[in-house]
Design a protein around this ligand. Sequence first.
Ligand code: TRP
Length: 343
Amino acid sequence: MKKKMAMILIASMMMSLSVGCGNGPQGGEASEENKTTETVAPATETIVSTGTKKVGIIQYVEHPSLDTIRESTIKALEEQGFVDGENITIDYQNAQADQSNLNSIASKFVGEKTDVVIAIATPSAQVMAAATSDIPIIFSAVTDPLGAKLVDSLESPSGNVTGTSDAIPVDETFELCKALTPDVKTFGFLYSAAEVNSESVINEAKKIAKDYGFDYKESTITATTELQQAAEILASKVDAIYVPIDNNIASAMPVLSSVGKSAGIPVYVGADSMVQDGGYATVGINYEDLGQKTGEMVADVLNGKEISEIPVATLDHFYKVINKTTAKAIGAPDNAEGATIVE
Ligand code: TRP
């Protein structure tokens, strides 16, 4: 009842506004016919100019992969006609891997009634989703959206959250390991205890390790300050290290890369950027493509599409990447069939 009255009020206010516009400076001289045309034009203009939508970006940490995602999401939005400073305002916030920063960014976006939020990486998507059930959230590069409890269905999410996933094939990385470094018997799984995205990949790795004849040991860290020591201890006990798509470790790859090189063992990783930053090899996805897809989804939301009509998207094209410099340092092959080589 209240709602109806409010709507009637708004409607009558808009009508009087239109009439007001029509009676502008030239209104008096215009003929009846002209008056009608003039009345319509300014009213439409008013709606367009108040239509600048606020787009919030909450990014967990700065590392090359997440930066690539953000940049290509913004580029895709532009291609879809949504340009920062023109018809949208983008507010980019980076939490620097800090949980309390994530919380304050999320409350800021809720308080400012941001129209749509892009949440890059699992930790930011989880905090943002917990902060609002109204504002549409498009996540990007969430490895396991179901495991992270962001959506109840990948095909038709029922809440205010959907997005893109960077789920990866651990089995293909194990196959690459068999081809490049066939002497590996024991893997060391290294990851952040708090990252669900890493945990679910490691669970899969543990499940299939036997099929490839691998034993494994594991080590978890709670902060990047622990990385060096954890990696050194693990490296002394295993033939190769495997790190999943782990944000904290990705932000400190040079540390891990030099541990691998000193121990003379390969460090297999979950993402191309981690190979660029000194890891040995991966089978992963293209994060520019993922950002592109994310931007298209955000544009859909800005155009009024319902979240339930936007399924979670995953990429099914994977590519091998090998770091030539790292390969030389550990005396391993610097090429494989169809691989992209970086230095
Ligand atoms: N998949 C990660 C997550 O769910 C985010 C991520 C994207 C990432 N690209 C990466 C992590 C590269 C490490 C390296 O949070």
